[in-house]
Design a protein around this ligand. Structure first.
Ligand code: UD1
Ligand code: MG
Length: 451
C-alpha cells in the first residue's frame, strides 16, 4: 500500500484491453505481448494492486479468452466486461457501466497498452481529483516526439481540451504536452459525462479524450497531472514495444545495482520483472535472465549464460555459456561451466559440472564431480525418469547415466560408461568394452596391403 491517505475513498480501476492489435501485426492480442518476462496486462494489473485499487475491471474484446485467462491469473478477483464492438476508448469504458453504477468515489481509467506506469502515479492522479473537486484528471507528459499522441490544449495552464493527433491542426500538432490516455474520474459524475460523448470525428469513434470538453461545458472543473515520459509510453507497434522493453530493462538494471549487484555492462544484461540478484553478485556482459530466477550473494554469472526458473545459491560460478532451465536448484559453491544445461535438478553444495553436460530430472549430491560430456538419459520418448547421484561421487567423462538409475555416495564411474543399473556407494561402475591390444597388427596390415 502507498503512503497516501485517500480518506476512505473507494476506487474502481477500469483497464482498457479490448483494442485490436492491428498496428502490432500479430495473431496475439496486443496486451499479451511480453515485457521483461510478463505481459503488458500483467504489469498494469500488478501496479494497480500495489496502488491499492479496491476493485478492478478489465475490458476485453470478443474472442479474447486468452486475455481473460491472463487477467484472472494475475488478479484472481478482477471482473471482466466485454466490449462487443470496438467503438473507441469512451465506448470501452462504458462496457463497465454496471460496475461504475455500483458507486465508487474515484475511477481510474488505465490502458493495458501503457504498461510502465508506476503505482505512485496512479495515486497522484487520484489525489488530483481533490476529493471530487475536479470531475476529470487527465494524465499528460512532455515529449519531443508527440506524433501519434493526443495533445493537451492548455490555456494559462488550465486544461481546455484534448485533441487527437488525427484531428489536430498544424499548430496543435506542435504542442509537446501529450495525453498519456489515462484518467481519473469523479465516480459520481462519470456516467453522465461518458454518456454525453459523441462520435463526430474522422474515425466515428467515441473518444474518451472528449470528456474534457464535455465536463467543461457542464461547468465542471478538470485538471491535468503530469507524468515522466518514460512511464507513459504507449505501445501500439513493435518499435514501441522495443522502446518500452528498453525502458523497463533500464529500470530493472538500476534496481539490481541499487541492491548491490555488479553488472559489468548493464546494457547487455536482460532481466525479468522478478529477477532477484543477491549482494555482490557479479554479472558479466551478455547474460539473459528469464522469469523466476534468484541468485544468492557473491555468485558470479559469466558471459552468454541463459537462466530461467532457476535458483542459484551463494558463491556459485555459472558459465560462460551455461543454460539453467526451470527447476534448476543449485546450492552454494556450485560450479556450472561452459555448454552445460541443467533442468529440474538439485545440485548439492560444492558440486561441479564444468563442461559439456546435460543434467535433467536429477539430484546431484554435495561435492560430486560430473566429468565432461556426462549426460543423464532422462527421456525414452514417452516418460521422464530420474537420476540420483550421491555426495562425493565422481562421474568419469563422457558417461551416459540411463535413468531411472542411482549412483551411491562416493562411487566412481569409469569414463565412457553407459550406466543402466544402480551403482553402490563407494563402488566403481564401469560399462564399456575392455581394451584389446594386438602387438604388431598395424605393421603387418600395412605390409599386406602394399603387396
Ligand atoms: C489513446 C488516446 C490518445 C493518447 C494515447 C496514449 C483516445 C481517444 N486517445 O490513443 O489521446 O495520446 O492513447 O497512448 O483515448 N481500447 C479498447 N476499446 C476500443 C479502443 C481502444 O479497449 O474500442 C483500448 C486499447 O486496447 C488500448 C487503449 O484502449 O489499451 C487505447 O487505445 P488505442 O487504440 O491504443 O488508442 P491510441 O490511438 O493509442
Ligand atoms: Mg495506444
Amino acid at each position: 500500500m502507498l503512503p497516501l491517505d485517500f480518506q476512505g475513498r473507494t476506487c474502481l480501476a477500469i483497464v482498457l484491453a479490448a483494442g485490436e492489435s492491428s498496428r502490432m501485426r500479430s495473431a496475439r492480442p496486443k496486451v499479451l505481448h511480453n515485457l521483461a518476462g510478463r505481459s503488458m496486462l500483467a504489469h498494469v494489473l500488478s501496479s494497480l494492486m500495489e496502488a491499492g485499487a479496491d476493485r478492478t475491471i478489465v475490458i476485453v474484446g470478443p474472442n479474447h479468452g486468452a486475455v481473460v485467462a491472463e487477467a484472472k491469473a494475475i488478479a484472481r478477483d478482477a471482473e471482466i466486461a466485454i466490449q462487443t464492438e470496438r467503438l473507441g476508448t469512451a465506448h470501452a469504458v462504458l462496457a463497465a457501466r454496471e460496475a461504475i453504477a455500483r458507486g465508487y468515489d474515484d475511477l481510474l481509467i488505465v490502458f493495458a497498452d501503457t504498461p510502465l506506469v508506476r503505482p505512485e502515479t496512479f495515486a497522484k492522479m487520484r489525489k488530483a481529483l481533490g476529493g471530487g473537486q475536479n470531475a476529470v484528471v487527465a494524465l499528460g507528459f512532455k515529449t519531443k516526439q508527440p506524433a501519434g499522441y493526443g495533445r493537451l490544449i492548455l490555456e494559462d495552464g488550465a486544461l481546455k481540451a484534448i485533441r487527437e493527433d488525427r484531428e489536430a491542426s498544424e499548430t496543435e500538432r506542435n504542442i509537446e504536452i501529450c495525453n498519456a490516455g489515462l484518467m481519473a474520474l469523479d465516480g459520481n459524475r462519470a456516467l453522465a459525462l461518458l454518456g454525453a460523448i459523441g462520435n463526430a470525428n474522422s474515425q466515428k469513434e467515441y473518444y474518451l479524450t472528449d470528456i474534457i470538453t464535455v465536463a467543461r461545458s457542464s461547468g465542471l472543473d478538470v485538471a491535468a497531472a503530469i507524468a515522466a515520459e518514460d512511464e507513459v509510453l504507449g505501445v501500439n507497434d513493435r518499435a514501441q514495444l522495443a522502446a518500452a522493453e528498453a525502458n523497463l530493462q533500464a529500470r530493472l538494471r538500476a534496481k539490481a545495482m541499487r541492491g548491490g549487484a555488479t553488472l559489468i555492462d548493464p546494457s547487455s544484461v536482460t532481466l525479468a520483472f522478478d529477477t532477484v540478484l543477491g549482494r555482490d553478485v557479479v554479472v558479466e556482459p551478455h547474460v539473459v535472465f528469464g522469469r523466476g530466477v534468484s541468485v544468492g550473494e557473491g555468485s558470479f554469472i559469466r558471459s552468454f549464460s541463459h537462466l530461467e526458473g532457476a535458483a542459484v545459491g551463494q558463491n556459485a560460478i555459472i558459465g560462460p555459456f551455461a543454460r539453467l532451465r526451470p527447476g534448476a536448484d543449485l546450492a552454494h559453491d556450485v560450479h556450472i561451466g561452459n555448454f552445460v544445461e541443467v533442468k529440474a535438478s538439485e545440485v548439492g553444495a560444492g558440486a561441479k559440472i564444468n563442461h559439456l553436460s546435460y543434467i535433467g530430472d536429477a539430484s546431484i549430491g554435495a561435492k560430486t564431480n560430473i566429468g565432461a560430456g556426462t549426460i543423464t538419459c532422462n527421456y525414452d520418448g514417452f516418460s521422464k525418469f530420474r537420476t540420483e547421484v550421491g555426495a562425493h561421487a565422481f562421474i568419469g567423462s563422457n558417461s551416459a547415466l540411463v535413468a531411472p538409475v542411482k549412483i551411491g555416495d562416493g562411487a566412481y564411474i569409469g569414463s565412457g560408461s553407459v550406466i543402466t543399473q544402480d551403482v553402490a556407494p563407494d563402488a566403481l561402475g564401469l560399462a564399456r568394452a575392455r581394451p584389446i591390444e594386438k602387438p604388431g597388427w598395424a605393421k603387418a596390415f600395412r605390409e599386406k596391403k602394399r603387396k
